[in-house]
Ligand binder design. Structure first.
Ligand code: NDP
Ligand code: GDP
Length: 327
């Protein structure tokens, strides 16, 4: 019999790639999506990957425990991937309480539904390198102390520890993936990589001249979402649940990432990028650099896509989107 997976946050970047990955593995995929007045556009990422008609979209919200209980009871998934979150750091200062309700307490709701309805179920929590925030070690691993620097990171920290707590309290097969930034052509346009690749495409096509950015000196350990969703699945195939850092082990400035993106179309970033102080954050995470050696040792996970390859793929996809929109 095919295994069944429930994916919360299925309309997001990782939800779409994970659905595609699980379908290729022969899973039946149930995707939790909240009710939206714009349901047609919300499902766009799944459509882009050509998987929308192969998954079952179920209506629910991770702040509504009753919907989660009913869905788990009805579909009896073997694996539950909790990817749903208010996931944008900047928004978390504008809407800190909502961020807490979804990104922190929402995790507890999903865990509770799994505990009540799926005693044999396996659970994955989408934790984040943002939890390291003001870094306490130059290279961050599972043993590095956390120091969150935004309401988003503080909420993720709750989600991480409540996952550990349910594992230790109830013996649940619950694992937390501490994933460093990962991007793709399906990344939300508010995140810096996609904001840049979209601007590069518009500038190249003559539809715009400049892009405003904030802190160009910030450094991130950027990987590709396709590599990272594979790690999520691998974690849940382990006999013993645990927590794993997933990262590339290389860190790059926003400035250098911009250079790569503009250079891909023969332009110079310095001719088009303007620094806008309004885009600086109230508290910044200056640098993140992960050590994924535990995941490599435990189940052989390694990234396969370089930053240059990923940024080129993103710029090409944005060029294609804008060209089509111009027809
Ligand atoms: P996205 O922002 O692309 O997707 C977030 C998803 O959560 C969307 O499907 C969104 O639905 C859904 N969602 C938001 N609120 C609710 C709610 N109340 N109930 C149900 N669903 C909800 O994020 P990513 O795909 O990039 O990331 C996936 C997860 O991994 C997130 O938890 C994120 O915080 C975490 N993470 C991501 C990293 C990255 O670099 N991408 C790094 C580390 C962790 P809708 O479409 O309706 O808004
Ligand atoms: P985050 O690491 O989850 O916050 O991912 P982002 O892609 O949103 O931000 C990565 C880094 O890029 C942060 O240090 C931001 O301060 C920096 N950055 C610089 N300019 C911008 C911008 O215009 N938008 C965003 N989102 N980030 C920017």
């Amino acid at each position: 019999m095919a295994k069944k997976a429930l994916v919360t946050g299925v309309t997001g970047q990782d939800g779409a790639y994970l659905s595609q990955f699980l379908l290729e593995k022969g899973y039946e995929v149930y995707g939790l999506a909240r009710r939206s007045a714009s349901a047609d556009t919300v499902l766009e990422r799944l459509r882009w990957l050509g998987v929308l008609d192969q998954i079952t979209v179920v209506e629910g919200d991770i702040t509504d425990l009753s919907s989660l209980i009913r869905i788990c009871r009805k579909y009896q998934p073997d694996e539950v991937y909790n990817l749903a979150a208010q996931s944008f750091v900047t928004t978390s200062w504008e809407q800190p309480f909502l961020t807490g309700q979804v990104t922190a307490l929402g995790v507890n709701n999903v865990l509770e539904a799994v505990r009540l309805e799926l005693p044999e179920g396996r659970f994955y929590q989408a934790s984040s390198s943002e939890m390291f925030g003001l870094i306490q070690n130059a290279v961050q691993s599972e043993r590095t102390p956390f120091y969150p620097r935004s309401p988003y990171a503080a909420a993720k920290l709750y989600g991480h520890w409540i996952t550990v707590n349910y594992r230790e309290s109830f013996g649940m097969h619950a694992s937390s993936g501490i994933l460093f930034n990962h991007e793709s052509p399906l990344r939300g346009i508010e995140f810096v990589t996609r904001k840049v690749t979209d601007a590069v495409a518009r500038i190249k096509l003559g539809r715009s001249k400049t892009i405003d950015l904030g802190n160009m000196d910030a450094k991130r350990d950027w990987g590709h979402a396709r590599d990272y969703v594979r790690a999520m699945w691998m974690m849940l195939q382990q006999e013993v649940p645990d927590d794993y850092v997933i990262a590339t082990g290389t860190t790059t400035t926003v400035r250098e990432m911009c250079r790569i993106a503009f250079e891909h179309v023969g332009l110079k970033a310095e001719d088009h990028v303007r620094v806008n102080p309004d885009l600086f954050r109230p508290a910044e995470v200056e640098i993140l650099l992960g050590d994924p050696s535990k995941a490599k040792q435990a189940f052989g996970w390694e990234p396969t896509i370089s930053l240059e390859e990923m940024i080129s793929e993103m710029v090409d996809a944005d060029l294609e989107r804008h060209r089509r929109a111009m027809l």
